[in-house]
Design a protein around this ligand. Structure first.
Ligand code: SAM
Length: 248
């Protein structure tokens, strides 16, 4: 459990970044997370095409459009509608829906993305281990859909929550890139649980199999055994599997 002192420190930090975001014209404090990732890893270049997954309210898209400039392109997708940002095409809908994926493909007009940035995080049950597991499955699905849209040498950034399956997921994704690092930006509110996976130099020819989400889930099934798929969860709209540590 988080101590009172830690909570004060964390909330103080949160206030500072929120004030900074407001003063700089960014819609969300999370804009600084992408700025810090960019400062360290240079994932986005001038003229790039960027897909921002889970983009609402648009903080990351604002930063991305500054980086790609007028020659670049930013497409953002989220369940919630975003207010207009110059230079960004926002698509409202579930990124796992076939129709929404078709709209993303249409707006690409046959080009490839240079960078996929995902800050996506579902909020479904309020139970930490279940949400963490659903989040990982969702990011696996985002990776499966977006990797074929990424140009060779491209980058992929995704927010992950620490917990069951994270090492397996990172191992699986790492095979598609030559440089993979974990990074916790200073502006991360939940420094202990939230981590960004930063992957550079996409090498599409290295992995032949396409179904990343299925590969991830079968690794987890094998590792945890059938009994570890939690069944004591209230029904939700999610189609994602929930992995929990097997009880001894
Ligand atoms: C932490 S917020 C993103 C903040 C954003 N990066 C910014 O800087 O403004 C996570 C977002 O993921 C979105 N999300 C969750 N599940 C999604 C899904 N299946 N498809 C699209 N967006 C989703 C949520 O609606 C939420 O807005």
């Amino acid at each position: 459990m988080i101590s009172v002192a830690d909570r004060w420190a964390r909330d103080g930090k949160k206030d500072t970044w929120s004030k900074k975001a407001k003063a700089s014209g960014y819609r969300a404090r999370s804009a600084f997370k992408l700025k810090q990732i960019q400062e360290r890893f240079e994932i986005i270049r001038f003229g790039d095409a960027v897909l921002d997954v889970g983009c609402h309210p648009g903080g990351w898209s604002q930063v991305a459009v500054e980086l790609v400039g007028t020659k670049g392109e930013v497409i953002g997708v989220d369940l919630q509608p975003c207010q207009h940002v110059d230079g960004v095409t926002f698509i409202t809908g579930d990124v796992t829906d076939f129709e929404v994926q078709e709209r993303i493909l249409d707006s690409l007009e046959g080009e490839a993305f240079n960078s996929i940035i995902s800050d996506i995080s579902p909020h479904i049950t309020g139970k930490w281990d279940i949400d963490q597991s659903i989040s990982l499955s969702l990011v696996a699905e985002v990776a499966e859909f977006t990797f074929p849209l990424l140009s060779p040498g491209g980058s992929f950034v995704a927010k992950l929550f620490q917990g069951v399956g994270i090492e397996e997921f990172i191992q699986l994704v790492s095979k598609h890139f030559t440089k993979v690092k974990r990074f916790s930006p200073m502006s991360s509110r939940n420094a202990s649980s939230e981590v960004y996976l930063v992957c550079k130099n996409y090498v599409p020819w290295k992995v032949k199999e396409k179904n990343l989400k299925q590969r991830f889930e079968s690794i987890m099934d094998q590792r945890l055994g059938e009994h570890s798929i939690s069944t004591d969860v209230l029904p939700t709209k999610s189609t994602f599997k929930v992995f929990q540590k097997a009880k001894d």
